[in-house]
Design a protein. Structure first.
Length: 364
């Protein structure tokens, strides 16, 4: 509208000049100069509009980049949350295995066990922060072309939120269902009041029903832990991609990685002989030959080998320090995969665990 108004006024101005001049004096050169003047005016306006649009595009790109930075901050928070979930499951799996293998005697329980050690009345949630993602969705109709690919990757990362929410809900319901059931046992409240385990409570820990409840809790926990592992790996990849696109603003947190130092990782290369445990239905038996599992190394990562091929990648789990005594930091190096975790000991032993029985291996 402003352009139309300007052109109208300009035409009137040029027309009034012609009227003031004598008709005989209006030559072809005068008309030519008037056309040239009008052309230059239109060109100037179009150039101004182009610059304005260019500035507007750049401004939107800056806004989009700022939102990507918020997504990156959220991703860092999500990785920390996933760390706690994975560490919680890892510690719980160790406790669950000892319970299933009857490694705790009555004296252990008579000394009193913590709320967490009961293994069936404690849960942890995997919390996703999606503030940046929601802001990014509001820009979906005007995504800058150079950020179209990263936008799709962000959407792909957060598409699992409904499943995560459902698994969180399920885990919580499992725990509270068990809790509500146990409240019908008189010792549940009395023992808590006196802060001393009764004979009835200790007897309960040696029943098959207790073991069944422990496994039920681990199954519910595993659903969350599996989502946390997958999200953690993809989140680390996306965090680094955003850094590559926008430039690194700050030092990358130590836990935003799934790669261990090459010189340390190479210490775990070799063939491991199965020596203890039970390879249950969950265990990747197709990767084992004659009770031997081979660990290889490629591109700064450890792999489980199969027929001299790199079959399954292991992702280093570098967890930040925490004050939680429930699942303290492991002194050994822990790697995670889609089928459990691999804990390497300095003495050459390898412990592999997941939902089923754990297994112990010795490097040959």
């Amino acid at each position: 509208m402003l352009l139309l108004k300007f052109l109208t006024n300009r035409f009137k101005s040029i027309g009034s000049k012609f009227k003031k001049e004598d008709k005989k004096s209006v030559t072809s050169s005068t008309v030519f100069l008037a056309v040239i003047e009008l052309f230059m005016v239109v060109l100037g306006i179009l150039l101004a509009l182009y610059i304005d649009r260019w500035n507007s595009t750049k401004s939107f790109e800056k806004q989009f980049e700022s939102t990507l930075r918020i997504v990156q901050q959220n991703i860092e928070s999500d990785i920390n949350s996933s760390d706690n979930v994975i560490a919680h499951f890892h510690a719980r799996d160790s406790l669950r295995h000892d319970i299933m293998m009857n490694k705790f005697d009555r004296e252990y329980y008579e000394k009193g066990i913590s709320y967490w050690q009961q293994a069936i009345v404690y849960y942890d949630q995997f919390q996703i922060t999606d503030d940046g993602y929601n802001l990014l969705l509001e820009m979906k109709d005007e995504v800058p072309e150079k950020y179209a690919e990263i936008f799709l990757k962000v959407k792909d990362l957060y598409k699992t939120i409904p499943s995560i929410d459902e698994f969180n809900k399920n885990f919580k319901e499992v725990i509270w269902g068990i809790h509500n059931e146990l409240t019908y046992s008189y010792w549940f409240w009395l023992d808590a009041y006196y802060d001393e385990p009764s004979k009835e409570q200790i007897d309960f820990y040696f029943t098959p029903y207790y073991k069944a409840l422990v496994q039920k809790v681990l199954n519910a926990s595993n659903l969350i832990e599996s989502m946390a592992k997958k999200h953690r790996i993809e989140a680390i990849n996306l965090y680094n991609e955003i850094n590559y696109l926008l430039g690194q603003e700050k030092e990358i947190p130590k836990n935003v990685t799934y790669v261990l130092n090459d010189s340390i990782s190479k210490n775990y290369i070799g063939k491991y002989k199965f020596i203890e445990g039970n390879m249950g239905t969950w265990f990747p038996k197709h990767l084992v030959e004659d009770s031997v599992l081979e660990i290889g190394f490629k591109d700064s990562s450890l792999y489980v080998m199969k027929n001299e091929k790199y079959a399954k990648q292991l992702y280093f789990f570098h967890r930040l320090k925490t004050r939680s005594s429930n699942y303290p930091l492991k002194k050994n190096h822990v790697f995670i995969s889609s089928q459990g975790y691999y804990e390497f000991y300095k003495n050459g032993k390898l412990r592999i665990g997941a939902v089923g029985p754990e297994t112990i291996w010795q490097r040959q």
